[in-house]
Design a protein around this ligand. Sequence first.
Ligand code: PRP
Length: 202
Amino acid sequence: MKPVDLTLKGLEPVPTPWNSDMLKGMMISSELIQKRVGELADEIDRSMPDDKPVVVLSLLSGAFLFTADLVRHWRFSIELDFMGVSSYGKNVASGELSWTHPMQIDLKEKHVLVIDDILDTGQTLRKVTDKLHLSQPASLRTCVLLRKERQQPSEHSVNADFVGFFIPDQFVVGYGLDFALQFRQLPFIGVLDAHAPHTAND
Ligand code: PRP
């Protein structure tokens, strides 16, 4: 099934009690997220080979809610681990990733599915998959909830195998995504108001 394309969709009001002058609207409701997560889970389930162990590797911190909802759909056995990775200098050639939490699992000869919340420049997914290939997995696939449509093409361009939604190039928060560590707990995807007093200088 194709990703849901929201690139031309307008925003809805932020539901109570989550209203905040830092948010200018809701892009994806909790209900729509959960429906699409169920579809993605089915799609992955149907395509997952059963000849070798399956490792699900979730990228901290942004993918924690998406991972938790996705894996609860599955009845097949998985080994679940987390890898901490954080990016800075995203839009410059020297952009670096910092590894904040190492994975514990041996990936050799296993089917690996990497889960992240959003694919933006592609830097994170590109560098993570390059690193994981060194561990010689039997297969390596990627799943992201959101894929941002970028106005500026990125040098790191990379595709994900499973995508929940295509979204426009806006600063999104909620359902794992943060602004200055806030908003990760929202059950929906909202859009930050860049002109709000607390965000204007960040
Ligand atoms: C965010 C997000 C992705 C990455 C995507 O992580 O969780 O991992 O950026 O951006 P990219 O495609 O441009 O690399 P961030 O570094 O903000 O850390 P976090 O997950 O802890 O919020």
